[in-house]
Design a protein around this ligand. Structure first.
Ligand SMILES: Nc1ncnc2c1ncn2[C@@H]1O[C@H](COP(=O)(O)OP(=O)(O)O)[C@@H](O)[C@H]1O
Ligand SMILES: [Mg+2]
Length: 277
């Protein structure tokens, strides 16, 4: 049985005012339970697609339907409580002079009562693990990891079903990357959000994403479970994406019986044990 998607992109094309055709007849769906990595080389249309998903950009052709609403005719107020977009660089998103106002900005903007705003800010801060002692701090002077949490909290305060996070691990060390990804997994598993990450980090994709949507020059080149997409190196190569090394190793040794969709070292070891047994 096929569940109704929460969001559907139907033959979406997007042209910037200068004439650049950034998306070409793009179609895909997001449904309950999705944790998707949107991947593709620079300029392939990932950011443009995200801005179409949250209604910031209206389709040039085709349409985007979110929770039954067509983004072409739906107010941005109705969109931001359904699809949240966390900017690649938190500094492009944070502009208030203290953390509280930053997180409260969205809910205030859509004119929730001050009581409701307070409830939402406190909840969002708690979810991201931001102590109340930070509320009066200036976001700009916090370390990058905390600025990212404030950025995510400001989106969570709107309680969107879908959360799109643009390059969450870029410029972070391994420990910080795993922390942020584990946090997104918590939002997905425990709080029921549909998560979309935009990333160039294929080990992160193989470890966390259930599904890959691969873009190339504004078109969809592949869409499927992570291991299935990584098992198609010829399509990935077309857009200069290399699967994780462990997957490449399994593919290079596939004729010995390894599964070309292998994502993790322990899976490879289990297969190895099976082959030598
Ligand atoms: N504001 C803009 N005006 C014109 N073209 C743009 C603009 N922003 C992005 N583009 C172009 O649209 C295409 C897709 O860009 P983008 O969505 O940013 O890709 P990605 O996020 O995958 O790097 C690229 O060709 C890019 O140069
Ligand atoms: Mg981008």
């Amino acid at each position: 049985m096929k569940t109704t998607p929460y969001l559907s992109v139907e033959n979406l094309s997007y042209r910037y005012p200068d004439g650049t055709l950034a998306l070409r007849e793009l179609s895909f769906e997001l449904a309950e339970g999705d944790f998707v990595a949107l991947i593709g080389q620079n300029g392939s249309g990932k950011t443009t697609a995200s801005k179409c998903l949250n209604g910031l950009f209206k389709p040039t052709e085709g349409r985007v339907i979110v929770d039954g609403l067509d983004t072409r005719t739906t107010s941005i107020t109705k969109m931001v409580v359904r699809v949240g977009y966390v900017f690649q660089n938190p500094d492009h998103q944070l502009f208030n002079s203290n953390v509280w106002d930053e997180i409260a900005y969205g809910p205030r903007n859509i004119q929730f009562s001050e009581e409701e705003v307070t409830e939402r800010v406190e909840e969002a801060a708690k979810v991201v693990g931001l102590n109340a002692s930070y509320f009066t701090e200036h976001p700009f002077f916090l370390p990058k990891g905390l600025r990212q949490r404030v950025a995510i909290a400001s989106i969570l305060a709107l309680r969107p079903k879908v959360i799109i996070v643009d390059e969450p691990t870029t410029g972070q060390d391994v420990k910080q990357s795993l922390e942020i990804m584990d946090f997104l997994t918590y939002l997905h598993q425990e709080r029921g959000h549909i998560i979309v990450i935009i990333t160039h980090d294929m080990p992160i994709v193989s470890r966390y994403a259930k599904r890959i949507v691969l873009l190339g020059q504004g078109r969809k080149l592949a869409d499927g479970p992570t291991s299935e997409v990584f098992a198609q190196p010829q399509i990935l190569a077309e857009t200069f994406v290399a699967p994780p090394q462990i997957t490449q190793l399994a593919q290079a040794t596939a004729e010995l019986g390894f599964d070309p969709g292998t994502l993790r070292v322990n899976e490879l070891l289990t297969q190895f044990e099976g082959l030598v047994a």
